[in-house]
Design a binder for this molecule. Structure first.
Ligand SMILES: NC(=O)c1ccc[n+]([C@@H]2O[C@H](COP(=O)([O-])OP(=O)(O)OC[C@H]3O[C@@H](n4cnc5c(N)ncnc54)[C@H](OP(=O)(O)O)[C@@H]3O)[C@@H](O)[C@H]2O)c1
Length: 265
């Protein structure tokens, strides 16, 4: 591979990617590098811990933008909320604060799931920061809907939840985030258009697509009652994109068709 020259480095944009080892963050890192810019992945694997702030200042030196993909659904208060506050504090001390592109979830404000409530609190911290920041919400990723579809299939029985999704291809979402990071930073903190994929489907549709792709035996649907506020929020379609959403990437059916079939367990 050719060595980068100093001139190349001067022209390139330096983008820190929190959660750069994760499903989304790794695609963001790859996209930044594909475009010839400098990606600095930042997560505990690289000695950056958002919950303590360890390694954060060093990672941010000279950064033009930060794409914030780090998250922990098991400890969202510590990682997503306090971690975001740590990140905002570190950006605020930069001589020229980097443009923060903050990742969130469509409909998080309409669902009492603790993880979604943490996403709302993190968004609020970003929007109140006064820093140049763009909050970008996306629908469920194909990978998550795939996991839910598999969990809903037990032998020959398919658990039919009242849950529809319009999931997004994580690679396409990563491209959108990098476009934000390379664009002109806003004067303050703003919300961008929501991001979603092109195909609306139920969990039963997704489970059927996975089953057919892997050539597994047919299943019989068993309707699952919608109990509790979290399932009701999904049944109310609060996780679906609104009419202004930016739609793109491959749909779930095309995406699953491109995945290697998994061995039957
Ligand atoms: N999955 C979905 O369907 C979906 C839908 C819409 C939006 N989103 C949002 O997209 C973002 C990325 O999700 P994902 O599914 O790609 O997550 P993921 O694969 O679970 O990756 C999470 C990343 O966060 C890092 N991390 C965790 N704790 C950390 C800490 N204390 N300090 C620094 N880094 C830490 C992890 O790396 P280390 O272990 O190395 O620290 C990892 O790289 C999240 O904000 C999520 O809410 C997800």
């Amino acid at each position: 591979m050719m060595e980068r020259t100093t001139d190349d480095e001067e022209l390139s944009v330096r983008i820190v990617v929190t959660g750069g080892s994760g499903g989304l963050g790794s695609k963001v890192v790859a996209r930044v590098r594909e475009l010839g810019h400098v990606a600095i992945p930042a997560s505990r694997r690289w000695g950056v811990d958002l919950t303590t702030g360890q390694g954060l200042g060093a990672a941010l030196v000279g950064a033009d933008a930060v794409v914030h993909c780090a998250s922990n659904p098991v400890r969202p208060g510590r990682t997503d909320v306090e971690g975001t506050v740590q990140l905002l504090g570190a950006i605020a001390t930069m001589p020229q604060p980097a443009h923060l592109v903050h990742v969130s979830i469509v409909g998080c404000d309409a669902n009492p799931l603790p993880y979604y409530r943490a996403k709302v609190r993190a968004e609020e911290a970003v929007l109140a920061s006064g820093l140049p920041a763009t909050v970008v919400r996306a629908t469920q990723f194909h990978t998550l809907v795939d996991t839910i579809a598999r969990m809903a299939t037990i032998g020959r029985t398919r658990l039919d939840l009242d849950f529809s999704a319009q999931p997004v291809d994580v690679s396409w979402f990563a491209r959108e985030l990098v476009d934000h990071a390379l664009g002109t930073p806003p004067g303050g903190a703003v919300r961008a258009r929501d991001i979603a994929g092109p195909e609306l489907l139920t969990v039963a549709d997704a489970a059927e697509a996975v089953r057919a792709h892997e050539g597994r035996p047919a299943t019989r649907g068993l309707r699952v009652p919608t109990v509790g506020r979290t399932l009701r929020a999904f049944a109310d379609r609060s996780n679906l994109p609104g009419p202004d959403a930016r739609i793109g990437g491959v749909g779930f059916s095309d995406w699953i068709a491109r995945q290697p079939a998994r061995a039957a367990s």
